[in-house]
Ligand binder design. Structure first.
Ligand code: ATP
Length: 371
């Protein structure tokens, strides 16, 4: 758990326009020492701009930035104790790994006696010390990425900014690097601010995720909070697969936070900590893996819970089986189930009538949004 003491980096009321267009809009952001923070959002929402502002590569129109309690708003990039690893690693092709990593220290005119142990230490951290005399073209993409990190880490920054640093890698290498990067961050204890538009990457690597939309932070939370309790429809849809049942009518409060609701013509219970009134229309959000499906027996008249539908598509996904189900309103929803050969009812056929339920209170209820 990250200590919520004084922030290491603070952005206060930051706004930035490009060509008269507001790109960052009155943004407040605190980053804490030692955390792995991910800024997640669709292309163009302003993620890279936030990193560049922290790095000092862009100047904010309005607002202040501080690092370790010092105002650095007007401090030039090279004097900030911050390093950036960009998507393209930009290693010097004619230099060995050792010299690539040593470059920044040589520019600072440090003595050789100090440079050598620091470079070896940084290369050891990324487990490339045995390759220190190789050139970048003799390395895999993942190894080049590690050199880029060593080159940043050797300067002992307080904060390491990583901009889509894994996006150039193929799927398998990317998975491997995700776990290596996370381990490296734990080992180094350096604060990482990671930018990505890949929600799976964000969920698996981060202590905390900021979801951005059009220059604003729309949710700030742990991966679990973001996935299980999305703040709005945008976040819910951006993170993973989700079914949205629109315009559900809350009919009557049962207890605090529990409502009778008309879902697809059936009386269902839904739960929410938000304040609603009877008669309100809401959106009910359900993750495919939280749904349970059972076959409707021909004589079934006693199904009291859940909604009715018909299977219109089934996709075998290895560990899971995905079914697309058409509800009585015509809306399609996705149900994902673990493959269970021992369950006699598991092998539903296309066209079969099913009843869909969910575990009490695993649904997310949000105010109705026009969209
Ligand atoms: N130097 C610049 N001059 C003009 N417009 C810019 C500049 N830098 C960024 N922008 C614009 O600001 C918006 C946000 O860009 P930014 O790179 O921060 O987005 P992003 O969320 O990182 O996107 P991506 O995931 O595609 O990298 C975009 O519309 C971009 O075109």
């Amino acid at each position: 758990m990250v200590e919520q003491s004084l922030p290491l980096v603070s952005l206060t009321s930051i706004s930035k326009t490009f060509d008269g267009k507001a790109i960052i809009d009155n943004l407040d952001l605190s980053i804490y020492d030692g955390e792995f923070l991910t800024i997640l959002g669709p292309s163009g929402c302003g993620k890279t701009t936030v990193l560049r502002l922290i790095a000092g590569l862009e100047q904010a129109d309005i607002g202040r930035i501080s690092l370790a309690g010092h105002d650095i708003t007007d401090v030039p990039a090279e004097q900030r104790n911050v390093n950036t690893v960009f998507q393209s690693y930009a290693l010097f092709p004619h230099m060995t790994l050792f010299e690539n990593v040593a470059f920044g220290l040589r520019m600072q005119k440090l003595p050789n006696a100090e440079i050598k142990p620091r470079v070896i230490e940084a290369l050891t951290m990324v487990q490339l010390e045995a390759m220190s005399e190789r050139f970048p073209h003799q390395l895999s993409g993942g190894q080049q990425q590690r050199v880029a990190i060593a080159r940043a880490v050797v300067n002992r920054p307080k904060v390491l900014l990583l901009d889509e640093s894994l996006s150039a890698l193929d799927y398998k290498l990317r998975k491997q690097m995700q776990s290596e990067l996370k381990q490296l961050q734990r080992r180094l204890g350096i604060t990482f601010v990671f930018v990505t538009h890949d929600q799976e990457e964000a969920l698996s690597m981060s202590d905390r995720i900021l979801v951005m939309q059009a220059g604003k932070i729309v949710q700030d939370g742990t991966p679990r909070e973001i996935y299980e309790s999305p703040a709005n429809l945008f976040v819910a849809r951006f993170i993973g697969e989700i079914n949205v049942l629109d315009g559900v009518l809350l009919t009557q409060a049962q207890t605090a936070g529990a409502w009778h609701a008309k879902v697809e013509g059936r009386d269902c219970m839904v739960h929410s900590q938000l304040a609603f009134n009877a008669g309100d229309k809401v959106c009910v959000l359900l993750r495919p893996e939280d749904l349970r499906m059972s076959v409707c027996k021909a004589d079934a008249t006693d199904i009291a819970t859940g909604v009715a539908g018909r299977i219109v598509e089934r996709l075998y996904k290895g560990a899971t089986l995905e079914s697309r189900v058409e509800l009585s309103s015509g809306q399609h929803i996705l149900v994902s189930e673990f493959f269970d050969e021992d369950d006699p009812d598991f092998d539903y056929r296309l066209g079969e009538q099913v009843n869909i339920t969910w575990v009490d209170s695993w649904e997310v209820v949000l105010p109705y949004e026009q969209h």
